[in-house]
Design a protein. Structure first.
Length: 475
């Protein structure tokens, strides 16, 4: 006799925090769907209550903006969390992760390339960068304890942080959902103390000695919005964390809780970074903020920086594992997470101990908005065209007879839209290099709006008539 399933709760042994998640990129049947969209708030809040958000907020002031301008940029850039939330509704509809749903946009074979580049490579690089940041805080914590951060100690610290991070990623979805509420609360408490220290000294009327005007001002404003937007735009995988929700879950609630979690935490912490930059030099945020905090609190602050990075990296490793499966590598999800982690740890150790590799990776990742912006726009338009309805079982069909094989396994509409839009955006960049369009525009970086708008328009036009009716949800 089949075990009964209580609505909103997982069945016996199904997606529970104490067991390694058995599902990878396969379809989640209705009998195993559970939970409520409000769980998504803590998941997306935890990834932004961290050191990176402080750094980004402070960077806006270092770029020459006044406090009011920086806060406005933070607000506008974080509106892109609405797109992250919108993409998340495809998860409950399909019962599949984003890495599989995008077969509808790029075709079975085309999606493998998409996951290899926009999914796996970028995720591994982000993991390495975040791990290096966490290691820096952990090295300082070790020195606070009176122990020299020798090469051996540094290697041990990186391995310990990576082990904790990968353990969360290996256990998977249920553990992430269970842990991220207390993690969010703990980080909020720590950053609350930081906020008290910063707000007591911040210059609320701060303006640079030589205010930016004209083209120079617009160039920095758009660059700032792009910098902030890169956060939500990097999460084209939001369906990974909503796919266990019942297919009947409110779309508005899925969008709202996802977007609100990411938006609120990012705005608050990034604004704190901007406020701190009005009174201290945020070129070295960790050291600068420590001068504002009571001595006894320094170890707690450093530990919080490590914890916040573990939270964001566990999600990154989880999605990277799904991406590796979606590329076509026949490997269990839990093992794919370990593969991703091993590569990332190797890159991090090489960077910290041998070369400045992460500087190069950082420059490359600044350009990811050129690719991720168009990819997110295509994803969003596809959801609109299909009215948010996806047949999860049909998406699993990788044969030439399947509905998402298109032409030789590639959907020309998705491929053309992303490649053309990314090419156009690359001409508008003024980050790691200055494109010809940006040069003509006086240094104004239009890569984000150009890439996203062009991709959306092209995909909608090329798919016209090809999506004749909403795809029904397979159950």
């Amino acid at each position: 006799m089949a075990a009964s399933i209580t609505p909103g709760r997982p069945g016996p042994g199904v997606d529970v925090p104490t067991r390694v998640e058995s599902h990878g990129i396969d379809h989640i049947p209705d009998s195993e769907r559970h939970g409520h969209p409000r769980e998504l708030f803590a998941v997306w809040a935890a990834v932004n209550v961290n050191y990176l958000s402080l750094v980004v907020g402070g960077a806006l002031v270092l770029m020459g903006l006044g406090l009011a301008q920086a806060l406005a940029v933070i607000g506008v850039g974080n509106l892109f969390w609405l797109l992250t939330g919108f993409l998340a509704i495809s998860g409950p509809a399909a019962g599949a992760p984003s890495e599989v749903i995008t077969r509808a946009m790029f075709g079975v074979r085309g999606n493998r390339v998409n996951n290899a580049v926009a999914g796996w490579v970028i995720s591994v690089c982000y993991f390495a960068l975040n791990l290096a940041a966490a290691a820096g805080a952990a090295f300082a914590l070790v020195e606070e304890a009176g122990m020299p951060a020798s090469t051996g100690v540094k290697i041990a610290v990186v391995l310990v942080i990576a082990a904790v991070t990968l353990a969360i990623g290996v256990y998977g979805h249920a553990l992430i959902v269970r842990l991220y509420l207390p993690i969010t609360l703990a980080l909020t408490a720590v950053f609350g103390v930081v906020a008290y220290a910063v707000l007591g000294r911040a210059d609320f009327h701060y303006a640079p000695d030589v205010p930016l005007t004209g083209t120079g001002l617009w160039a920095v404003l758009l660059a700032g919005v792009t910098l902030i937007a890169a956060g939500p735009l990097s999460y084209t995988t939001s369906a990974d964390f909503s796919r266990y929700l019942p297919a009947t879950s409110s779309r508005g609630a899925v969008i709202g809780w996802t977007a609100f979690g990411g938006f609120l935490s990012s705005v608050l912490v990034s604004s704190l970074g901007a406020l701190a930059a009005t009174v201290v030099d945020m070129t070295d945020p960790q050291a600068a903020l420590r001068t504002m905090l009571p001595g006894w609190f320094t170890p707690v602050f450093l530990l919080a920086l490590v914890l916040g990075t573990i939270a964001i990296n566990a999600m990154t490793a989880y999605s990277a594992g799904l991406a590796l499966q979606a590329v076509g590598v026949r490997i269990r999800r839990s093992r794919s997470v370990l593969v991703d982690g091993t590569v990332s740890v190797a890159l991090t150790l090489y960077a910290l101990l041998v070369s400045n590799f992460l500087d190069t990776v950082s420059d490359v990742l600044q350009l990811t908005v050129v690719l991720l912006g168009p990819a997110m726009a295509v994803y969003a338009v596809d959801i609109v065209l299909r009215r948010g309805r996806y047949d999860g079982r049909a998406l699993m069909d990788e044969t030439p007879a399947g509905p998402f094989w298109y032409a030789a396994g590639v959907n020309p509409a998705g491929a053309v839209a992303v490649l053309v839009a990314a090419g156009a955006a690359a001409l508008c960049v003024d980050t790691a290099y200055t494109g010809p369009v940006a040069r003509l525009a006086g240094g104004i970086d239009l890569s984000l709006p150009v890439g996203m708008v062009l991709a959306a328009v092209l995909y909608a036009a090329l798919m016209r008539g090809r999506v004749t009716a909403p795809v029904t949800t397979g159950r």
